[in-house]
Design a protein around this ligand. Structure first.
Ligand SMILES: Cc1cc2nc3c(=O)[nH]c(=O)nc-3n(C[C@H](O)[C@H](O)[C@H](O)COP(=O)(O)OP(=O)(O)OC[C@H]3O[C@@H](n4cnc5c(N)ncnc54)[C@H](O)[C@@H]3O)c2cc1C
Length: 408
């Protein structure tokens, strides 16, 4: 088994897999470690903003995405209590890819992983990184096979952390678990068949104690995903003792937003509700340092704007165009890598900082009943506010803008 690489990447979500494809495409040897078996479902609204479609094409999965994803998302809506306001989704600036689409994570993540494999990336799966030693230029990554408990030490001068935001990279970590807080946001997702949500409509759900979204993904499946405050979740469970948590969430969403109930009235859930969290919105402390961080490991936006995968894919391009543009000696040295991490961190903040702030503002407005009602009333009077919100959230951004920032 090969254990020495030019780069080791932890996590094969969109961020890690995209980095693996870009580096392997540039001729690097890459080890990619993923703890879960694919295909696997994942809590996510599953909408891929139009700005990412050129990136998926550049990564070599554009044709498969095109064949498998759901209808073009041409309208956006806000659902609050009994009201549903619908507005036009703005078309993206890139005329070849004007509309976003949705695709189940079990399919998207597998497509990207398989593409990395085709390019010669060595995939350790299901393997888990349980510790990291060393420094830039000389990393040692401790990995353990989930099924056999076999352990190996993976060595590389360069390490990329793309392990998301919900798990630790250390086995037997000594830091005490974070205390539960009433305002923690826990995330849930379920898929349904037979729903009546209109093709190409992306409703955002605003309700007391949380927010969510709904969309038609590939194969006629409706994805319903949401975030609910911990205190609201406790209240829901107290009100329905013995009811499974996912079912309690679904019952609440149907009562809180009539549009959800209407869309799912004849629908059948496929598979269980899945949940994870709590969310950790914000920028991570190590963004400007090594190991390099991408995707949710670098920072997380409230998913009300559905831009997490955009940030994961775009950050992979931001980082990897910089890495592959460097001369080899700069990448072998700790100082060279630290300097690069500083530039990357700056570009990341410029690119995604506004999105993080806007998403936080939307999320907090949506989660309170009074401000949710106000948003709903205002958008009823001025539906163009929804279109404008989508523009501000980055939905029309042209991919070359990303690359230009990468070159800045
Ligand atoms: C409710 C909700 C709805 C959302 N809706 C949308 C949406 O509609 N559109 C959108 O763009 N974004 C959405 N997002 C955000 C999106 O899901 C994330 O931003 C995205 O998954 C981040 O990708 P990533 O590659 O950084 O991390 P992940 O997708 O989390 O991938 C990380 C991978 O690392 C693996 N891993 C973890 N620890 C280890 C370890 N120690 N060793 C090896 N592997 C490890 C995990 O198994 C996982 O596969 C939503 C999020 C939530 C919570």
């Amino acid at each position: 088994m090969r254990t020495h690489f030019d780069a080791v990447i932890i996590g094969a979500g969109p961020a890690g897999a995209a980095c693996a494809i870009l580096l392997a495409g540039a001729g690097w040897s890459v080890g990619l470690v993923e703890k879960q078996r694919f295909p696997r479902r994942k809590v996510c609204g599953e909408c891929i903003a139009a700005s990412n479609l050129p990136l998926l094409a550049a990564l070599g999965v554009g044709a498969q995405f095109d064949a498998l994803a759901g209808p073009e998302i041409r309208r956006i809506a806000l659902m609050h209590r009994t009201r549903t306001v619908i507005a036009a989704m703005p078309a993206a600036a890139d005329a070849a890819f004007p509309w976003g689409r949705a695709l189940g994570r079990e399919t998207l993540d597998t497509l990207l992983r398989d593409r990395a494999c085709d390019l010669g990336v060595t995939i350790f799966q299901p393997w888990c990184v349980v510790g990291i030693d060393g420094e830039a230029g000389n990393w040692s990554c401790h990995a353990r096979a989930i099924e056999t408990e076999r352990r190996v030490l993976l060595r590389s001068p360069l390490l990329i952390d793309a392990h998301g935001s919900w798990e630790t990279l250390r086995e037997n970590a000594t830091t005490p678990p974070r205390l539960h807080r009433a305002d923690d946001l826990l995330a849930f997702k379920a898929n349904f068949t037979g729903g009546t949500l209109a093709d190409g409509l992306l409703p955002i759900l605003a309700f007391a104690g949380g927010y969510g979204g709904m969309v038609r993904a590939g194969g006629g499946v409706t994805t319903l995903a949401c975030c609910v405050r911990r205190d609201r979740l406790y209240a829901l469970r107290r009100a329905a003792p013995g009811m499974a948590v996912g079912q309690a969430v679904e019952r609440y969403l149907r009562r809180a937003c009539r549009g959800v109930d209407d869309a799912l009235s004849a629908a059948l859930r496929t598979g269980a509700w899945i949940g994870s969290g709590p969310l950790r919105p914000g920028v991570r402390a190590g963004l400007d340092a090594v190991p390099f961080q991408v995707g949710n490991a670098a920072g997380e936006a409230h998913p009300i704007v559905g831009e997490g995968m955009s940030m994961a894919l775009q950050a992979a391009f931001l980082l990897c165009t910089r890495l592959t543009g460097q001369c080899a000696p700069a990448l072998q040295s700790a100082a060279g890598q630290r300097a690069l991490a500083g530039h990357y961190g700056l570009a990341w903040r410029r690119q995604f900082g506004p999105r993080l702030r806007l998403a936080a503002a939307f999320a907090h407005l949506a989660m309170h009943d009074a401000s949710g009602a106000l948003m709903s009333r205002l958008t009823q009077l001025f539906p163009a506010l929804l279109t404008q919100g989508a523009i501000q959230a980055g939905k029309v951004r042209r991919v070359s803008d990303t690359l230009r920032i990468a070159d800045a």
